[in-house]
Design a protein around this ligand. Structure first.
Ligand code: 13P
Length: 247
């Protein structure tokens, strides 16, 4: 199974921060880990020119290839730049930009069609967790967000509990384990045995201290990291932690 560490810079990063990508690139030049950094659109071009052994991904894309969509960026344009990965359906896009599962499904479809490695995000709110509906919510998000897609060769699923994002809180390791096992089982039941190769990432307040225990969980194949991906000093220990887990 691939091991993946993806950094989501969200709306952070200016030209001077490209240095962090360069440092990661230099430090992990021979790493076997699939390292992905998703800076804002403004840095994609410069980042993909300087990154070596680090993939550069986009945080979003439009479900159409081109046209009268002011301010939007298409999968075609990303591929043109040499971008290899995308993040689709992040909870911040779902909740702050009104992205429904239907929109997410259209984005996933075009992203996969354009052969981008596509990280689809799912996760429950604090309230849904308290109501014990996490598994139900995750299953529905998976079903709806992947609707009309049949080829999952380039799909990556990120489980990001919304209440854990940027809060410093993480679920108990046993909870992460239960949820990742559930996602794996449902993916295989829904989409067949090939789905056993879909990497499953955990996201939400991952840092250098909690990374080792998270990466020891069965069916956790990596992490989607927000805040701690912004600097070399915080991101590098997370990559080292997964390098140190058994194959
Ligand atoms: P934090 O690592 O800052 O909690 O963010 C997680 C996230 O949203 C990554 O996509």
């Amino acid at each position: 199974m691939r091991k993946i560490i993806a950094g989501n810079w969200k709306m952070n990063g200016k030209l001077e921060n490209l240095l962090e990508i360069k440092k990661i690139s230099n430090e992990f030049a021979r790493s076997k880990i699939e390292i992905i950094i998703c800076p804002p659109f403004t840095l994609l071009s410069a980042a993909s020119e300087l990154a070596k052994n680090v993939y550069i991904g986009a945080q979003n894309l439009h479900p159409e290839n081109e046209g009268a969509f002011t301010g939007e960026i298409s999968a075609n344009m990303l591929v043109d730049l040499g971008i290899t990965h995308s993040i689709i359906g992040h909870s911040e896009r779902r909740n702050k930009h009104n992205e429904t599962n239907e929109i997410v499904a259209r984005k996933v479809k075009i992203s996969l069609e354009k052969k981008l490695q596509t990280i689809i995000c799912i996760g429950e709110t604090e309230l849904q967790r308290k109501e014990n509906s996490t598994l139900e919510i995750l299953e529905q998000q998976l079903l709806d967000s992947l609707a009309n897609n049949t080829n999952f060769e380039k799909l990556i699923v990120a489980y990001e509990p919304i209440w854990a994002i940027g809060t410093g809180l993480i679920p108990e390791v046993s909870e992460i384990s239960k949820i990742h096992d559930f996602i794996r089982v449902r993916l295989v039941e829904l989409y067949g045995s090939n789905a056993s190769n879909i990497p499953l990432l955990y996201g939400g307040s991952v840092n250098g201290s909690n990374a080792p225990e998270i990466f020891n969980v069965n069916n956790v194949n990596g992490a989607l990291v927000g805040g701690a991906s912004l600097s070399f000093e915080k991101f590098a220990p997370i990559i080292r932690a997964i390098e140190n887990t058994s194959p």
